[in-house]
Design a protein around this ligand. Structure first.
Ligand code: ACO
Length: 325
């Protein structure tokens, strides 16, 4: 079996910063509440003329440079996003055209906050099978476009950003195992009611603010802790490893309390958990992707390290990958 690894990473965060103090002026909340309940201090937001593909393109160029590959070397582009530029065409096609990845096939996947873990797992199969050599995976979200800025339960949580990774065959290490899970019976815990084929845009859906994220945070919190810990254990077992073997966990960044409760379940010390939630909030599929990129840039990932990607989100969907760097 071919060994498949991540050979380059990149990211792009939009320039505009929205702090908790700024949010205090918009809804009935406080920096203290947001910080203690979530670990978030600020988040990035797109400019008026910026959409998902604009962020994805910049992250993709950086990942290609890191991988020392040219756009023409790409055989496939997979973008994980729930906030594409438009219903169609896919964000991946917009990226393909902008960067000039002339021979790449393209598709997007919808797996919310677990999108990057899902996309990495899909990319691995294409390379392992021998169909493709170099695959670009992007996690990108403009959650600000589906956030109800009058709802304090949700608007303090989300942000915009993009992270990218290039996957290819490697001589040693690589992705040792993957585990993906889902439970569609819990779809109503986190969803956007309107804007699709069930409830197309109408004056009524707009008046009732149905194009924004609706969330039952408490229920999700408990499920996220349990299912992320379970995903980690299953993926580690598949790789023939144990929690003690992990050098760094790159978790989905939804809430610092979720992450720390998961770490406690796995008996992992805090210094083995990578966090960027304070700076960016929850960027769905972009959270795990940017966290991986930043951990690498900061020297937190060294050759031979065992890295665990672990994510959970709307669907419900969740998953984990064990990578030997
Ligand atoms: N500022 C002040 N008070 C607030 C705010 C706010 N921004 N938001 C809610 N409150 C209030 C609530 O109204 C409630 O008040 P009440 O007791 O008078 O009714 C109180 O704070 C406590 O609310 P809880 O919902 O119990 O707060 P909790 O401690 O659970 O934290 C949170 C809420 C942060 C949303 C948490 O439940 C969470 O992080 N959930 C998981 C989110 C998640 O993982 N999402 C999945 C991934 S996202 C994706 O897939 C796109």
């Amino acid at each position: 079996m071919k060994k498949v690894g991540i050979i380059g990473v990149g990211e792009y965060l939009p320039k505009k910063v929205l702090t908790n103090k700024d949010l205090e002026k918009m809804v009935d909340t406080s920096d203290e509440w947001i910080t203690t309940r979530t670990g978030i201090k600020q988040r990035r937001l797109v400019a008026k003329n910026e959409a998902a593909s604009d962020l994805a393109i910049k992250a993709s160029y950086q990942a290609l440079e890191d991988a020392r590959l040219k756009p023409e070397d790409l055989d496939l582009i997979i973008v994980a996003s729930i906030t594409g530029d438009m219903p169609f065409p896919s964000v991946s096609c917009l990226v393909q055209n902008a960067i000039g990845a002339k021979k790449a096939a393209c598709f997007d996947i919808s797996a919310a906050c677990a999108g990057f873990v899902y996309a990495v797992t899909i990319a691995k199969q294409f390379i392992e099978s021998g169909l493709y050599k170099n695959v670009l995976v992007v996690g990108v979200e403009v959650l600000s476009s589906v956030t109800d800025w009058k709802d304090r339960n949700t608007c303090v949580l989300f942000g915009d950003g993009a992270g990218a990774a290039v996957l290819s065959q490697v001589k040693s290490g690589g992705i040792l195992s993957s585990y993906l899970g889902s439970d569609g019976s819990k779809k109503d815990l986190l969803y956007i009611p309107a804007g699709g084929s069930r409830l197309p845009v109408s004056k009524e859906t707009i008046d009732n603010r149905m194009h924004y994220i609706k969330m039952q945070g408490n229920e999700l919190f408990k499920l996220a802790v349990t299912l992320m810990a379970e995903a980690a254990q299953i993926a580690l077992k598949k790789a023939g490893l144990d929690c003690k073997d992990i050098d760094l966990v790159i978790p989905h960044q939804a809430n610092i309390r979720i992450i720390m409760a998961m770490a406690k379940k796995l008996k992992l010390p805090e210094d083995k958990i990578y966090l960027n939630i304070a700076k960016y909030g929850n960027m769905s599929s972009a959270s795990t992707a940017t966290a991986l990129c930043e951990a690498k840039k900061e020297g937190r990932i060294k050759k031979g390290d065992i890295i665990l990607l672990d994510a959970f989100g709307a669907g419900l969907v969740w998953g984990a990958c064990v990578i030997k760097w």
